[in-house]
Design a protein around this ligand. Structure first.
Ligand SMILES: [Zn+2]
Length: 190
């Protein structure tokens, strides 16, 4: 059998590695977080990303009121974004970003389910990508000059807030997952 730590070949049934001395007795890992990820977290995230992408690209998240009239969806978006072209670019960028993240989530999910060797690394790359995209989105939203339009200020602020929140969550999750999966390297061997 191969040593989990140094990879040296050892006799079957040996309790410690002859080369590096580390234990060859397989430890049973607690896999609660893994199960939560593959049975709930990742499919739910993918669905959420696809919904957010759809809503950003179709303008589903917009409402515009004037003189007692209310318009929703693409019509409202066109009115609001017509006043701030920078925000429109940021919204399209976000829509495409969410779509990419949704597809990436599906890929990571399949790799984790199959316990592929590259699954943990692909998961880290996913978090890295989400952090980078959040920062880009934040930079783009900083360029939006909403003037004194309250609705527009609200949209730009929610964009900034969303970008900061997802960057921070992404960074924390990245660190926690590296720690978690590093302890379970021997699970992902396919
Ligand atoms: Zn060893």
């Amino acid at each position: 059998m191969k040593c989990f730590k140094c990879g040296a070949d050892n006799l079957d049934g040996a309790s410690a590695c002859a080369k590096c001395g580390s234990s060859l007795i397989k430890t049973e890992h607690k896999m609660k977080w893994y199960k939560l990820l593959v049975f709930f977290g990742l499919p739910a995230s993918a669905a959420l990303y696809f919904f957010m992408s759809f809503s950003r690209l179709t303008g589903l998240n917009y409402t515009y009121s004037y003189n007692g009239n209310t318009v929703k969806g693409a019509e409202a978006r066109d009115i609001i974004l017509g006043m701030a072209p920078g925000l429109k670019t940021a919204e399209i960028f976000n829509g495409i970003t969410y779509l990419i993240l949704g597809l990436f989530t599906i890929a990571v999910w399949i790799l984790l389910l199959k316990k592929k060797k590259i699954a943990p690394v692909s998961f880290y790359i996913f978090y890295g990508l989400s952090i980078v995209l959040s920062i880009v989105s934040l930079i783009m939203s900083l360029g939006v000059k909403p003037g004194n339009n309250i609705i527009l200020s609200g949209s730009a602020d929610s964009l900034k807030f969303g970008a900061i929140v997802s960057a921070v969550i992404g960074a924390v999750m990245l660190v926690l997952n590296i720690v978690y999966f590093n302890k379970r390297k021997d699970v992902f061997v396919n």
